[in-house]
Write a protein of this length. Structure first.
Length: 182
């Protein structure tokens, strides 16, 4: 079972089927999924994909967390993931997606930091990776704010370009000692 987290403004809990409709609605916003590959244009495939992602048994300590505002705990803001890269690994991917009304408020960074701490603490992971569409400047800023380092240009499985980021447990611990992870 994944832990829940609380930050100064947010509540994070393991994502469940209770979040299905909110996730589906978020994914149906073309601005939200503009830079993210997925079955967004095929309603049935999209529903299957989402149900699989919510119900799948991920490795211990990994999965998805739904994000809610503390002052409106029923208001779904988005999610953070910590799952095997491309769903199969061996590397572990960290990612985030927020609905449009939650953009520009620092929620992605705030929600992601406790998940990173969990990844390198209780989950005992050595490294996290994130591939981000080079046009997705806000996501690249979140990656940098949580301590990830740009390691090079790459391509997704479909051949589209991406920018690759990495954060190691050692670098995270070093940042924690210097007070940079707060």
């Amino acid at each position: 079972m994944l832990p829940s987290f609380e930050t100064s403004r947010l509540l994070l809990r393991p994502r469940s089927m209770a979040d299905f409709d909110a996730c589906l609605a978020m994914d149906r916003d073309p601005d939200v999924t503009r830079y993210i590959r997925g079955p967004w244009d095929d309603p049935e495939e999209h529903r299957r994909f989402l149900a699989d992602r919510i119900q799948r048994q991920w490795p211990p300590g990994q999965g998805y967390w739904s994000i809610f505002a503390k002052d409106a705990p029923d208001q779904f803001l988005g999610w953070v993931l910590l799952i095997p890269y491309e769903g199969v690994g061996p590397e572990v991917d960290i990612g985030w997606r927020l609905n449009r009304r939650s953009w520009g408020k620092g929620y992605a960074t705030e929600a992601t930091l406790p998940v990173v701490a969990h990844a390198f603490g209780a989950a005992g992971l050595p490294k996290l990776v994130a591939d981000i569409d080079p046009r997705n400047t806000p996501s690249m800023r979140v990656a940098e704010k949580i301590g990830m380092t740009f390691v090079g240009e790459g391509t997704y499985e479909d051949g589209n370009p991406c920018r690759s980021y990495v954060l190691t447990a050692k670098d995270f611990a070093s940042r924690a000692r210097s007070g940079e992870n707060s």
